[in-house]
Design a binder for this molecule. Structure first.
Ligand code: SF4
Ligand code: SF4
Ligand code: SF4
Length: 371
């Protein structure tokens, strides 16, 4: 352990810890923009700068390790003034679109501008430099006018999704985040997982399907488990007026953290789809009680003799039990096979095992481990 002085208080820290880590452990909030605990720190946004006694310049807390005897002021006049200046430069190069921005209310840049009371400088507000919604990706809306070049998207794609879609092109005022070598996201091997969107602190990357449907204060979050596969990822359904309008990562999800695949993050539109079955259906034989055709029918004609009828659960389950019982009596228990699913709970799969072996009396039970 080493001893440091943080905001006038002597404390102990572990060797190798950054100033930011030590401060957070001691309940001191140093603001950040490019930093995220899941990603490698880069120290490029300069919002987390702090004053270190003896150092010539302000130090970025997210990348500077503590040393024995270090004296740090996290909110000195100089550090706060520097944060304000940096924010002001960011806003100068940012469209003042908060009124209509989907990210408003969940935007980290907006929050910091409010906290530090920084406004768009009179000489700033340059307007749009890049086409809005510039990428044809069906799920991700790209508006690089709102990008603050924090590079979280670059790191999220490279370190979590390992697709390396995003990169940084040009330098200085022209610096811009691009997919591939300036291609579209899909051409640059994007698999539309939306990780870059989840880590973007502003409205530069947002979800196309949810765009315009609601902002942070209008949305209720309901934490749930994805129904698409057996991994069991958790996320927050975004609900507005009783309708699901999107999916957001839940950083506390025990299995997956912020990560989700394209199905979990964007495959939610079936929930309110008009074609979705919401009641059980059974097939009714149209020639029931009538004379059967004498000549064998083609598969197509034979299937036309059945129609789907909506019913209630008791009727549907009763019918299934009756037909399974009949098959078992006529052809023996091994004439029945049971397939269960990775999408079910362990308890449900266990019950199906009991049902197959003890109720039907067959070992014909298998499990679709794949999707
Ligand atoms: S990205 Fe943030 S700061 Fe920029 S317009 Fe949207 S809400 Fe406002
Ligand atoms: S959606 Fe996923 S794969 Fe595509 S750029 Fe973003 S992080 Fe990379
Ligand atoms: S697109 Fe978003 S995450 Fe990527 S650099 Fe810009 S602001 Fe940061």
């Amino acid at each position: 352990m080493i001893s440091i002085t943080l905001n006038g208080q002597k404390i102990e820290a572990r060797e190798g810890q950054t100033i930011l880590e030590v401060a957070r452990e001691h309940g001191i909030r140093i603001p950040t923009l490019c930093y995220h605990k899941d990603l490698s720190p880069t120290g490029n946004c300069r919002i987390c700068v702090v004053e270190v006694k003896g150092a010539r310049f302000l130090q970025a807390a997210c990348v500077t390790q503590v040393w024995d005897g270090m004296e740090i002021e996290t909110h000195s006049e100089k550090a706060v003034a520097s944060r304000k200046r940096t924010l002001s430069l960011m806003l100068a190069n940012h469209p003042p679109d908060c009124l209509t921005c989907d990210a408003s209310g969940s935007c980290e840049l907006q929050d910091l501008a409010y906290e530090y009371q920084v406004e768009v400088p009179a000489w700033g507000a340059k307007g749009t430099r890049y086409p809005v919604d510039s990428d044809p990706n069906p799920f991700i809306r790209v508006d690089m006018n709102k990008c603050i070049l924090c590079r979280r998207c670059v790191l999220a794609c490279a370190e979590i999704q390992v697709r390396d879609v995003w990169g940084v092109a040009k330098r200085g005022f022209e610096e811009v985040i691009v997919a591939g070598a300036g291609t579209t996201m899909l051409e640059a091997r994007c698999e539309s997982c939306g990780q870059c969107v989840a880590y973007c602190p502003t409205g530069a990357l947002t979800n196309k399907m949810s765009y315009g449907l609601g902002r942070a204060h209008q949305i209720e979050k309901v934490t749930t488990t994805c129904g698409y596969c057996g991994v069991g990822c958790q996320f927050d359904l975004q609900v507005r007026d009783g309708r699901i309008i999107g999916v957001a990562s839940n950083p506390n999800a025990p299995v997956n953290g912020m990560a989700l695949c394209v199905k979990g993050r964007y495959g939610w539109d079936y929930i309110h789809h008009p074609d979705r079955l919401t009641k059980p259906m059974v097939r009714r034989y149209l020639l029931e009680g009538k004379e059967k055709p004498k000549t064998p029918l083609s598969e197509r004609s034979a299937s036309a003799l059945w129609e789907w009828v909506e019913t209630d659960w008791d009727t549907a389950l009763g019918l299934a039990a009756q037909r399974l019982g009949r098959a078992r009596e006529a052809h023996g228990p091994d004439s029945v096979g049971v397939l269960t699913s990775a999408k079910c709970l362990n308890e449900e799969n266990y019950l199906m095992n009991k049902f197959a072996r003890q109720v039907i009396g067959t070992n014909n039970i298998d499990h679709c481990a794949r999707l």
